[in-house]
Design a protein around this ligand. Structure first.
Ligand code: PLP
Length: 359
């Protein structure tokens, strides 16, 4: 069986042992004589799966008891609306940092329900850095403060969290959840679409401090109210059962590897290999300010658009696929999520060295 090295930004590579386990259990999961896809979400068989998924995620991220873990649908994009609908409960004001397309989309949803203050932006240079935050610009009476923790498209990440005091810090962690140790208690709410670092598309994880639940705006649709899902153990309606099952397998895989501190070390090694090569190359160039470089998404460029195209084409022929940058920025981007093995990054660097010699 030939598998490629898949550098896709999402949906993205999954751990091979997870896919093999899902394959093995596809027709007969855990001896039940049926696939997880065929189980009632209210059956004991499925309850075991969702409970194990939650337990493992709590262990992996060290999530305290006063936080709920919700298994939702609608992607991170639905959270752009759910966050303001549920958290605009006093002044209906929120602070946002604009670090790219996903931040902007979050801002435009929040503006429908309240007032948004853009604390800082890195739009002046196509979002290739994380802006310095001036605390005197924070709204002292905001209902929450929102950041995009890792900017998938541009390859930047917050390496230092803003100190928002008593104001709940909310983050879109879609492309960095579980990639490094983040202290959950620093956040009021963390949300992430699963398809980057957790599992298949269709599942969205929300980790929310309990005191932020139950104050939604009056007109909030039932399905968009965190209280609905918190009160029903994510079983108000049918959750994305198969995606939750695969996520559970990914959590088991990560725990067996030694958990988040271990994968963080591994991710630093992988990213360093690629960044070191970029820093020393005479042909390839990284596009992000070094101090703000992402561990997960590594964008880079060649001197001409023609060479970019040639590189992407020849890399794909060599089994290194999905290296084109996001359509809004061009160039190349290697997404090296938890499930990308070191061998994949080594193969990419070897290929880049060869390409550099030949061009
Ligand atoms: C991929 C991504 C999104 C969009 O997620 P959907 O699940 O497709 O809605 C939002 N934010 C970030 C940071 C992402 O990486």
């Amino acid at each position: 069986m030939k598998r490629v090295y898949n550098f896709s930004a999402g949906p993205s590579v999954l751990p091979l042992p997870v896919l093999e386990k899902a394959q093995k259990e596809l027709l007969n999961a855990n001896g039940h004589g049926m696939s997880v896809m065929e189980m009632s979400h209210r059956s004991g068989m499925f309850t075991d799966i969702i409970e194990e998924a939650e337990k493992l995620l709590r262990e992996l991220m060290d999530i305290p008891d006063n936080y709920k873990v919700l298994f939702l649908q609608g992607g991170a994009s639905t959270q752009f609306a759910m966050v303001p609908l549920n958290l605009f409960c006093n002044t209906k004001k929120a602070d946002y940092v604009n670090t790219g397309v996903w931040s902007k989309k979050a801002v435009s949803e929040a503006k429908k329900y309240g007032e948004v203050n853009i604390v800082a932006s890195s739009e002046d240079t196509t979002f290739n850095y994380i802006p310095e935050l001036d605390e005197s610009k924070f709204s002292p009476d905001a209902d929450y403060f929102h950041i995009t923790l890792n900017n998938t498209i541009y390859g930047t990440r917050f390496s230092k969290l803003p100190d928002t005091g008593d104001i709940p810090l909310v983050t879109d962690a879609s492309s960095c959840i579980l990639s490094q140790v983040y202290p959950v208690t620093k956040f009021g709410l963390i949300y992430a679409g699963a398809q980057k670092n957790i599992g298949p598309a269709g599942l969205t994880i929300v980790i929310i401090r309990e005191d932020l639940i139950g104050n939604a705006m009056d007109f909030t649709p039932t399905m968009l109210n965190y209280e609905t899902h918190a009160n029903s153990g994510s079983m108000y309606n049918t959750p994305p059962t198969f995606a939750i099952y695969v996520a559970m397998l990914v959590f088991r895989w990560l725990k067996d590897l030694g958990g988040v501190p271990e994968i963080e070390k591994y991710n630093i090694e992988k990213a360093s290999l690629l960044y070191d090569y970029l820093d020393n190359s005479k042909l390839f160039k990284g596009t992000v300010v070094p101090k703000d470089r992402s561990l997960m998404n590594v964008p880079f460029v060649l001197p001409t658009e023609e060479l970019n195209k040639k590189f992407i084409r020849e890399a794909a022929e060599a089994g290194l696929v999905n290296l084109a940058g996001h359509r809004s920025v061009g160039g190349m981007r290697a997404s090296i999520y938890n499930a990308m093995p070191m061998e994949g990054v080594k193969a990419l660097v070897r290929f880049m060295e060869k390409f550099e010699l030949e061009n």
